[in-house]
Structure formats: C-alpha cells, structure tokens
Design a protein around this ligand. Structure first.
Ligand SMILES: [Zn+2]
Length: 389
C-alpha cells in the first residue's frame, strides 16, 4: 500500500527526504518548508504529521504509516486534535499575542496521540517581535512537539527562524507539469486538468478538489458565461452578474461550516471549555480563509479567460486553456487588442489586492466587472482625435 508521502505530488526529493528521516528515526523538532504557493507544502506537512502520529509507529513497515487507521484518517481529513494548523491572524502577519498563545499551547499534553504537530503557515509573515516571542519554543520545544513552519522562500523568513529549523526546499511546479500530475491522479483529461490548475492558481491539491466538485465546475461555467455576456451588458446587468457571482463564490462556506459543526459535536465530550473556545476561534479563521480562497478562484478564472483572449489577439490560439469557451474568447479578441487586455489583467490584479485588504467582496467584484468591460470594450477615441493629444 502507498504511504502518506505518496501524496506529496510533484516533489520527489522532498518525499524521499521525509520518508527516509521518519524511517531512520531522524525526525527533528522544527522544520521549515520553503516553496512558492502551489508547491504542496501543506500537503507534505500533513503527510509528515500522519507518519509521526500513526500508532503503528515511525519505524514500522514502510516508515510506519498505514494510511488506513483512525488516526491516519483524522490527520488527512485535518480533524486530528493534536495536529494544529495556524495562519497569520493580523492583516499584515502574525500577531505577537497569537504567537504567545501558540507557544503556551505547546506546553499542554497531547489530546489523543503521543505527539503534537504544529503547522504554522506563511512564516514569511512572522515579524521580528512575533518571531522573538517564538524563539525559545522553536529552539527547545517540549519533547512531544514537532513544529512545521511553511514559508514562500528561505530569504523571506527571518534568519533567527531559519537558523533554528531544518530547511526543506520545495520546487516550483510548472503549470504544464502540475496539469499532467493532476490528470494522472484524477483520471481527468489533460485539457480539464489544465483548466483546473489555472482556476486554482497552480495548486494541485485544490485542483483535485475542484475537479471533484460539481458545484465548483458549475461556478466556473457561470463565470465564463458572465464574461461572454460582458460586452453587451448594461450597468444593471453587470450589477446583477456581480452579486450572483459573489453569492456563488461564498457557497463553499456552507460546506465548511457544516463540517465544523460536526467536528465540534464529535469532540464536545472530551474537550475542555477552553479548548472548545480555541476550536471555535480557529473555525472562524478557517471560514475567513475559505472565503478568500473562493474569491481568489473567481479572479483566477477571469484572469485565465483574459490570458486566453490575449493569446488569440497575439495570434497564438493554440495556447488557449479554456477550450470549452473558445467561441466567446475569439469574439472578445476580435473586439479588443493586446494593450486593452493587459489593462483588464491589471484590473484583476487590483481586485486581488482589494480582496486581501478586506474590501467587501461585493464592492471588489462590482468594480472588477465594470473595469474589465471598460478596459476591453470602451469605444476608442477616433484615430484623428488620438493624434491631436
Ligand atoms: Zn495509521
């Protein structure tokens, strides 16, 4: 049977490194996984957690992971109480208080397993003060704790953090290769896999979820439809489209919410009130993160469609990814030009920024549709007028 490390797609060196470390009992107390978004760091962190917590022991057959027991299942479903995931809670990064809470938490005994795993995402957003509050824990965590920090690049993480961790570099997986891996692992056609990778900003993990979800596929179809209608839409049409897209973008939150309620109900018996409150706070953060992810998917689909229009304008139609929308893409390309598409792509970038600054999704998506339409199709000044300027 394949072990958990098989799930670390597209990173054969990381896979072998972690597998060997676990098999030889050379697991260290603090890791720093570095690599760009979409390089499967989170998946690898959970795979390592599974290998370390599985009761069959780290030195058993195949590095000790069965992948089949209750513990393994809980870890992979991200529901094990001893595997804790953290992301920055402040707009600009980790808050000092948040880091103090995490440090204090490491001193508590595990709930179900004999170890506790702390996964801290985006430690490139760990500022000097917050980092200082963490150094002691990082240097000498309790013996039953393993810390796995995730950051974009080694250089973007404070040297005081880097020097206290075993650094594990993840490579960038090119989109074409990511699509190939995705197709191989899901049985989807390469064409569909490419579309999913684009919609998920290069992430194979999210691409798998995307292809499995009828609701996400329908969402994409709806976004493409809105883009096809953009040219002839009036202001009221645009407002209607925008609000409908925001509602659809938020739909996955219901699924997350339901899963969270189920988890709380399952654990209510053996968790202390304070632990319950922590889980509730984490759930709230999870919902925020999920709503960002969903809105980013919306802008990623729009970006991908615009890049296709650009490809047709540049007379490289073979580069079109959204082949199922080719007709509308060619129509749009006939009505616009490369400079205008570039301006529309800039509007998408601004929208992504606005989303990350917590501007309301309704406002962001309204503005995006209006600006995209304007950039692509606003009547050009007459050539003679242009010369006079
Ligand atoms: Zn197991």
């Amino acid at each position: 049977m394949a072990d958990a490390f098989e799930n670390i797609l597209g990173q054969p060196q990381v896979r072998e490194f972690l597998r060997t470390s676990v098999a030889n009992g050379r697991v260290t107390h603090a890791y720093l996984f570095t690599g760009p978004a979409g390089s499967n760091k989170t998946m690898a962190a959970y795979a390592l957690a599974q290998a370390l917590l599985c009761p069959k022991g780290p030195r058993g057959p195949r590095g000790g992971q069965c992948g089949a027991c209750d513990t393994c299942g809980r870890v992979m479903r991200k529901k094990h109480p001893d595997v804790r995931y953290f992301a920055p809670e402040g707009a600009g990064g980790y808050l000092v208080d948040q880091i103090r809470d995490i440090a204090a938490d490491t001193a508590l005994a595990p709930i179900q397993a004999d170890k506790k795993i702390y996964i801290l995402d985006r430690v490139d957003l760990l500022g000097v003060q917050a980092a200082n509050a963490f150094l002691k824990t990082l240097e000498e965590p309790p013996s039953d704790v393993v810390l796995i920090l995730l950051g974009r690049t080694r250089e973007s993480v404070l040297p005081t953090i880097v020097s206290r961790c075993q650094v594990v570099p993840f490579r960038h997986i090119p989109a074409s290769e990511a699509a190939g891996i995705l197709a191989q692992n899901t049985g989807a056609s390469l064409e569909k896999a490419r579309i999913a990778i684009e919609a998920c900003d290069g992430s194979i993990t999210r691409g798998i979820e995307f292809l499995k979800s009828n609701e996400r596929l329908a969402f994409r179809a709806r976004v493409l439809e809105a883009l096809a209608l953009l040219r002839n839409a009036d202001d009221w049409d645009l407002l209607g489209q925008a609000s409908e897209l925001v509602v659809l973008a938020k739909a996955p939150l219901d699924v997350v919410r339901a899963a969270q309620e189920e988890e709380l109900a399952e654990n209510a018996d053996f968790l202390a009130k304070s632990a319950m409150r922590q889980i509730e706070a984490r759930n709230k953060r999870q919902l925020t993160a999920k709503s960002f992810e969903s809105l980013r998917q919306l802008t990623a689909i729009i970006r991908s469609w615009l890049r296709d229009v650009l490809a047709v304008c540049a007379e490289t139609p073979e580069l079109v990814i959204n082949v199922d929308a080719r007709g509308a893409i060619e129509d749009a390309a006939r009505a616009t030009d490369e400079a205008r598409v570039a301006a529309a792509l800039a509007a998408v970038r601004r929208c992504d920024e606005a989303i990350s600054y917590n501007v309301s999704p309704e406002t962001c998506i309204d503005a995006l549709l209006f600006e995209t339409k304007d950039a692509l199709y606003r009547p050009r000044p007459h050539a003679a007028d242009a010369r006079m300027r």
